[in-house]
Design a protein around this ligand. Structure first.
Ligand code: ACO
Length: 325
């Protein structure tokens, strides 16, 4: 039994924050952001939108495309580092909003690798027969945890959601190989110091702005490039194919330079790499499913194509999935 992708959906909030808007907020420039990251603009959730609201919009689109009702879903796995609240899970909030009364719902925190983590978990449920039809989502409202006085991070992070529906199949299609990894020794490369059990929010936290995400960008960059190249290589080898057989690479959208380095190493022309970082920035767990949905909508993926997903993020975490569409 394999797990195949039945449909995809995505949603980004209406509000656009451009590099020029950021020039008025911190000491930065459109030129620096574009050259160093590839980002031109990003989306920001409205004050009344929480992560489950973005996830809801993306899920509705995926359900509609598949011609399914929320009751047809028996598993909801939502990857996020920005749930609506610490308790309950954003997945349960989404379940309620959808009315997916036949599903079991839970969150996964794999940071920017979250969607590949969630896909891996859902795939196991499908393969074992524990789930017939799963809704897998990556959704983030990172703007709520972004320090808009810190130029090293506020130009990168953004909001959005993407979803896929998985179903079992006896045919040789769907997820061929999926591998996820973590290394907690580098936990402090990307982290949010306060707001959890280690450091509850108090006056000092607010003064020192410790309730926002911090990143050691340059060190993260170096590990990301090396690790992503390795994980894609291993996944190709496990599947017994070469990079020239890939129809499309859908990488996590963290930095255009990381994406270009991967493409070069894999000898893939950029036409075979999905890039939308210019419009959406880094939406963490949402970036891959948004890019996958856009690629599908743009006709960049044909039936039978090999599609490689590859992600890297806080934890540190990383992973890749090879899907036969
Ligand atoms: N505008 C202008 N200058 C800036 C800005 C900015 N927004 N941000 C930093 N700078 C300055 C720095 O202060 C530094 O100045 P200095 O040389 O005078 O000290 C200079 O630019 C270079 O800074 P670096 O941090 O070395 O720049 P780098 O080229 O590494 O780019 C970036 C920074 C974009 C963050 C990059 O390192 C990166 O993309 N890192 C990896 C991100 C990633 O993959 N994250 C994983 C997923 S994220 C997640 O899980 C939430």
């Amino acid at each position: 039994m394999k797990a195949r992708v039945v449909s995809t959906g995505s949603y980004v909030p209406e509000k656009i924050l451009t590099n020029f808007d950021l020039e008025k907020m911190v000491d930065t420039s459109d030129e620096w952001i574009t050259e160093r990251t590839g980002i031109k603009e990003r989306r920001i959730a409205s004050p009344e939108q929480a992560t489950s609201d973005l996830a809801y919009e993306a899920s509705l689109k995926a359900l509609k495309k598949a011609g399914l009702k929320p009751e047809d879903i028996d598993l909801i796995v939502l990857a996020t580092v920005t749930p609506d609240m610490l308790v309950p899970s954003a997945a349960c909030m989404l379940q309620m909003k959808l009315g997916a009364k036949n599903a079991v719902a839970f969150d996964i925190n794999g940071a920017c690798t979250g969607f590949v983590y969630a896909l891996s978990v859902a795939e196991k449920f499908i393969k074992t027969g524990a789930s017939k039809r799963a809704l897998v989502i990556g959704a983030e409202t990172l703007s709520r945890f972004t320090d808009f006085t810190d130029r090293s991070i506020c130009v990168l992070l953004a909001d959005g959601a993407g979803a896929v529906i998985l179903e079992g199949t006896r045919k040789n299609e769907g997820i061929q190989v999926i591998d996820i990894f973590s290394d907690g020794t580098m936990w402090d490369f990307i982290h949010m110091p306060a707001g959890g059990s280690k450091m509850p929010v108090d006056e000092k936290v607010l003064q020192e702005r410790l309730n926002f995400i911090k990143m050691r960008g340059n060190e993260t960059f170096k590990v990301a490039v090396k690790t992503l190249e390795e994980v894609v290589d291993t996944t190709l080898k496990k599947a017994g194919i070469t990079s020239s057989q890939l129809g499309l690479l859908v990488p996590h959208q963290a930095n255009i330079r990381i994406i270009q380095a991967m493409a070069k190493r894999l000898e893939l022309p950029m036409e075979k790499v999905m890039v939308n970082i210019d419009r959406y920035g880094n939406t963490s767990a949402a970036s891959i499913p948004i890019a996958l949905d856009e690629a599908a909508e743009m006709g960049k993926i044909k039936r039978g194509d090999y599609v490689m997903l590859a992600a890297f993020g806080a934890g540190l975490t990383w992973g890749a999935a090879l899907i036969k569409w």
